[in-house]
Design a protein around this ligand. Structure first.
Ligand code: G6P
Length: 487
């Protein structure tokens, strides 16, 4: 990769992620308008974008379509195009059928295909070039997530003057699992092009450092290691890579605002009424993904009905499963399994007036999600592996009266911060069943005590704090660039 010239009209702060932070609405006449995507990352970075002359490089979500850069609210958006075949091989294939299962404890078997890897490399290079053409002299570029792990090193070659951050939103696996990846060395080389690499949990950062020692032969000391490389012009360049944990959070303010909104509160009461005012509303909210432990949760719920510990008259499980990655095989299979289980349980236990499991395979507006959080007595987060799990934090932020109980898998990043949740191993179905009953039956005083302490954690660590922590460290860890720029 040859250096690319610094653009005249570049941006000081560039975010690079697989998806752009906007969604498209198309009306009846085929006119499209863009809407800011929901989610913490987007709201956290919006103020930084506005303040620092920022741009966002990403895919706009449709295949075989080239769009010119455009502005939308505070964002300058730089679309990267993907062909239909690249969507198959880079996005559905390598990102979501190789890396995703590999990084989530091989819950589903990862598939290794060379054609997918070639597409991943080619698309990562396209993102790196777009970033290189967008960043001003000495800019800060922040690359997001597992779809773009090769971008940091490519970008360093194209633009040695920029400061590069990388944040991995999903777990980083232990060496024993990571080793399966046929391109394990190339991926680590890609990541170590960054000045700062952030992970969700300290354990993820440790796994990464062990993998680097094993496959690149470079030792981290106190989260920091030196790297060097020969450049295209026959010189050599050196830099320091820092790696550490930066647990992501949520946009607390916007949730508090919605949770205080009388209309949302009225909707929460209406939901309970429409459910027939049961004593206990259990709630699950997930993308329909095999990492989320939806099957384990439904199995436990079905057994509680079977055991007579709960009944369709006094309890309901509301399971929102938003459609996700629907063309990937393991996601199709999961949908069949989950819908089969729900059908069997409902067939067995429903009455004309009551349903055991309200299964909703839709995405909902955020107001409706907050209304559901307010309507639920027991929130069930039973992921088998999850980088963080923001649903758990959103539920806590929404419960302003400090009521509500959270059952939380110990295999989520969130469990390291929400220690007062009822923690479970979702593989242990008996343990999960007792945790669900324990959450339901615990005294209000006990539930309030736990919720208060979880709220203290979430309210004092929102996603804006997260982005500042990362960006401040990135600025502090990149002194070489500042010297370079000054010289
Ligand atoms: C996870 C990943 C994100 C991804 C999101 C939705 O949270 O960490 O990078 O954007 O899932 O998945 P999708 O494949 O629809 O972008």
């Amino acid at each position: 990769l040859e250096k690319v010239p610094v653009p005249q009209d570049g941006y000081d702060f560039v975010v690079v992620s697989n998806r752009l932070p906007v969604d498209r609405d198309v009306d009846e006449d085929g006119n499209s308008t863009w809407r800011r995507s929901p989610g913490g990352l987007v709201s956290a970075l919006a103020p930084v974008m506005a303040q620092r002359d920022g741009a966002w490089v990403g895919w706009h979500g449709a295949p075989d379509e080239t769009l010119e850069p455009f502005d939308h609210d505070v964002f300058h958006l730089v679309p990267v195009s993907l062909s239909e075949l690249e969507v198959k091989r880079y996005y559905e294939g390598f990102s979501n059928a190789t890396l995703w299962p590999l990084y989530h404890d091989v819950i589903a078997p990862p598939e290794f295909h060379r054609t997918w890897w070639y597409a991943y490399r080619r698309v990562n290079e396209r993102f790196a070039r777009r970033a290189a053409e967008t960043a001003s002299q000495g800019a800060t570029v922040w690359v997001q997530d597992y779809q773009l792990q090769l971008v940091p090193r490519m970008l360093r070659r194209l633009r040695p003057d920029v400061t590069i951050g990388f944040f991995n939103h999903i777990p980083f696996p232990p060496t024993e699992i990571y080793s399966q990846l046929p391109w394990r060395k190339a991926v680590l080389e890609g990541l170590t092009g960054a000045d700062l690499i952030g992970f969700q949990r300290p354990g993820d950062a440790q796994n990464f450092q062990r993998c680097v020692r094993k496959y690149l032969g470079v030792q981290f000391t106190k989260g920091s290691a030196r790297f060097s490389e020969d450049t295209a012009d026959g010189e050599s360049t050196e830099w320091t890579v820092n790696a550490g944990s930066y647990p992501i959070s949520i946009d607390v303010e916007s949730i508090k605002e919605l949770a205080s909104d009388p209309q949302v509160q009225a909707r929460a009461r209406e939901i309970r009424e429409e459910l027939g005012n049961p004593d206990t509303v259990f709630l699950g909210v997930d993308r329909l993904d095999y990492t989320k432990g939806i099957r384990h949760r439904i199995k436990a719920y079905g057994e509680l009905l079977e055991d007579g510990e709960i009944s369709v008259e006094n309890s309901v499980l509301v399971q929102v499963a938003s459609p996700s990655r629907e063309r990937v095989d393991s996601y199709r299979q999961l949908r069949e399994l989950v819908e089969g289980m729900v059908g069997r349980i409902n067939g067995q236990f429903d009455t004309i007036s009551h349903t055991a499991v309200r299964y909703l395979h839709h995405g909902y507006p955020f107001e409706e999600m907050v209304a559901l959080y307010l309507a639920a007595d027991v929130m069930l987060v039973t992921a088998l592996r999850d980088g963080m799990n923001l649903v758990a934090k959103e539920y806590v932020a929404a419960r302003q009266d400090r009521s509500g109980r959270l059952v939380l898998s110990e295999f989520t990043g969130a469990a390291e911060q929400l220690k007062q949740a009822v923690l479970v191993n979702p593989h242990d179905i008996d343990g999960l069943k007792s945790a669900m009953l324990h959450a339901r039956d615990m005294s209000d005083a006990e539930a309030r005590k736990r919720m208060s302490s979880m709220r203290r954690q979430v309210l004092t660590h929102d996603v804006v704090d997260w982005s500042h922590r990362f960006l401040d460290d990135l600025a502090a860890h990149a002194p070489e660039h500042e010297q370079g720029a000054a010289a």
